[in-house]
Write a protein that binds this ligand. Structure first.
Ligand code: FAD
Length: 626
């Protein structure tokens, strides 16, 4: 029998970023005993790193804005592959979620007349991102944590125990989900510091584990993004969708090498920054695709006027959706018009006064000064694409966030569908709040429906989870996980990166098979007390599964759309838009299967929000309204 500590909850939320915290608040407010488990320190999630802001059609900076325009922008940005019901709920509910944050204590930047300020971002028709300088994620997390503390204080008054109904287990990694028949029964994990095992008995688990960026070499993501939630869901029998769509953010730092990939927020362009090649040309005007031509300026003069008068001018092409800008930068560098360190120039210094730059973009100023010794108020930055976000994730039911497994929910970056083939900047923070809340409510409702009939955990399943976690200690003389991780990252970057081809993806798949063999034989040194090699060994299994999903789906989708660019299939294909690629684990749990599934056609009243001429760019002839 495995030695472990054991806790019983109604709902276990895995992840303490924006999605996890909002989900936990909801579940607790609906009367459910809730645990939050996170593998990093409490407060240190990706959400904290979010800079630019949270998209919500509040209409504060331009009163023409409304949820319908936000919906249209989101579908357009995702190239119509989005789950339209998720995009609808998101656009409708985001403003309420932002206002609600104010009731929790958030302090957003203000407009001159005292409303929540909203800034421009790529693909958004109107200034729409509620923000706090360029540190919005920090405020979001601070506020949600504050709300959690206030709920714990209420519980203390009622029960004498702060943690009676809502408790945080930080630096605790979940390695397996447990099931009773076809329903979730709990989660198994270990304390990172001691290596001791921990078990949560719970009929509902909400995955809020974020993304997968650590499978790629150049990424804006931190060590936590190893695709754990994606892989946990698959091992529990759930499905993933849209895994071929990886967002390469156009502007990561390219120099010095130690900081390559760190994000340069899109706010720099939203606030007036422009992209130039080594010849000093504002090259984005050459890269406006036909589907966006009507909405983007054709001259520098018109683009510059837009910053002051957005109603009477078209947007600068620097603010095209991220996939378009990333591909354009890639082409400029490949054509030999890049900067000395292989990027392009992002210049805000010649566009705004120094004081305004340091006021609006304080983090960027410090980031470049401290990490690259570049003063962005006086000289341009060098930037290039970096793996940033995964659009793919757990396939969920839009209204409740439930996966295909009973009792398993997913919200935030780990969930798929909402962003289609490409996410608009700012739409993640709002996604976390909207679907975090919905997942918390969905899980609470499910637990309520169970009454006394809760799924049970079998002792044999606990022993199996423990054996799987300890497997890397059992072998001697194998490779260490660090070498395999580096090679995996390099392969994904080079062969399934921003521009893809069938023969390269096939090479990647062959390498992944080889990695699977090597991972089965890897060894870790030492013992279970804080042992980063062991932690990486466990994370590597997840990264491998996720990488297989990305590569297999990328090979199957023979078109280019959003965050999936095939050199050998350069155009968008309307027949492919009707198809989702669904990943699951094969019978023995050892390899990924990808199958095609039909998209549910968009509801008629939502179709009517678009001009027929625009729909014709995305839909097949038969799908077009008469
Ligand atoms: P996270 O906030 O990453 O939280 C994941 C949590 O899961 C963490 O607590 C982690 O410890 C935990 N976890 C993971 N695996 C396990 C496990 N096995 N066991 C236990 N716990 C686990 N989006 C915007 O909308 N606007 C922006 O301005 C913006 N700027 C960004 C800037 C940067 C630098 C980056 C990297 C991203 C940015 N994004 C932005 C994207 C956005 O921040 C993320 O998509 C979002 O924060 C993800 O939130 P989440 O709650 O899904 O996951």
């Amino acid at each position: 029998m495995t030695e472990l500590e054991r806790h019983t909850y109604d709902v276990v939320v895995i992840g303490a970023g924006g999605a996890g915290l909002r989900a936990a608040i909801e579940a607790r407010e609906q009367g459910k005993r809730t645990a939050i488990v996170c593998k990093s320190l409490f407060g240190k999630a990706h959400t904290v790193m979010a800079e630019g802001g949270c998209a919500a059609a509040m209409g504060n900076a331009n009163s023409n804005d409304n949820w319908k325009t936000h919906y249209v922008d989101t579908m357009r940005g995702g190239k119509f592959l989005n789950n339209w019901r998720m995009a609808e709920l998101h656009a409708q509910e985001a403003p309420d979620r932002v206002w609600e944050l104010e009731t929790y204590g958030a302090l957003f930047d203000r407009t001159p007349d005292g409303k929540i300020s909203q800034r421009n971002f790529g693909g958004h028709t109107y200034p729409r991102l509620a923000h706090v300088g360029d540190r919005t994620g920090l405020e979001l997390i601070r506020t949600l944590q504050q709300k959690i503390v206030s709920l714990q204080q209420e519980d203390f008054e009622a029960t004498g125990d702060y943690e009676a109904n809502l408790k945080v287990y930080a630096e605790c990694t979940v390695t397996e989900l447990l099931k009773d028949g076809d329903a979730i029964s709990g989660a198994f994990g270990y304390w990172r510091e001691s290596g001791r095992f921990i078990l949560f008995d719970a009929p509902a688990v909400i995955l809020a584990t974020g993304g997968v960026g650590k499978s790629f070499k150049v990424t804006s993501n931190s060590w936590e993004y190893t695709g754990d939630g994606h892989a946990l869901a698959m091992r529990a029998g759930a499905t993933l969708i849209n895994m071929e769509f990886i967002q390469f953010h156009p502007t990561g730092m390219v120099w010095p090498p130690s900081v390559k990939g760190i994000l340069v927020t899109e706010s720099v362009r939203g606030d007036g920054g422009v992209l130039k090649n080594s010849e000093g040309k504002r090259f984005m005007f050459d890269y406006v695709p036909d589907v966006f031509r009507a909405q983007y300026a054709e001259t520098e003069e018109e683009a510059d006027r837009w910053y002051k008068d957005a109603d009477n001018n078209r947007r600068p092409p620097e603010l095209l959706p991220r996939d378009e800008v990333a591909r354009a930068i890639n082409s400029e560098v490949k054509a030999g018009r890049g900067t000395p360190h292989g990027g392009v120039f992002l210049d805000v210094s010649s566009r705004l006064p120094a004081e305004e730059i340091t006021r609006r973009l304080p983090s960027m100023y410090h980031q470049f000064k401290e990490l690259a010794d570049v003063d962005i108020t006086a000289e341009p930055m060098e930037v290039g694409p970096t793996c940033h976000y995964v659009m793919g994730g757990v396939e969920v039911e839009p209204d409740t966030a439930q996966s295909s497994v009973k009792g398993l929910y997913a919200a935030g970056e780990v969930a798929g569908g909402m962003h289609g083939s490409n996410r608009l900047g700012g739409n993640s923070l709002s996604d976390l709040l909207v679907f975090g809340r919905r997942a918390g409510a969905g899980a609470a409702m499910y637990v309520e429906s169970l009454g006394e009939n809760r799924p049970q955990i079998a002792e044999a399943d606990i022993d199996a989870a423990a054996a799987e976690a300890l497997a890397p200690f059992e072998l001697e003389g194998g490779e260490n996980p660090y070498t395999i991780h580096q090679e995996l990252q390099q392969s994904m970057n080079d062969l399934v990166g921003i521009i893809r081809k069938a023969d390269e993806i096939e090479q990647a798949l062959a390498r992944l098979v080889e990695f699977r063999g090597r991972i089965a034989k890897m060894t870790v040194e030492g013992h279970r007390q804080f042992n980063p090699g062991w932690h990486l060994a466990l994370d590597l299994r997840n990264m491998l599964t996720v990488s297989e999903c990305v590569a297999k789906a990328a090979l199957l989708r023979e078109e280019s759309r959003g965050g999936h660019t095939r050199d050998d299939f350069p155009g968008m294909n309307a027949d492919w838009r009707k198809l989702l690629l669904v990943c699951s684990l094969e019978g023995d749990g050892d390899g990924v299967t990808v199958v095609k599934k039909d998209q549910i056609p968009m509801r008629e009243d939502l179709l009517e929000l678009f001009e027929r001429s625009e729909l014709a760019k995305y839909l097949t002839e038969e799908e077009l309204p008469v």
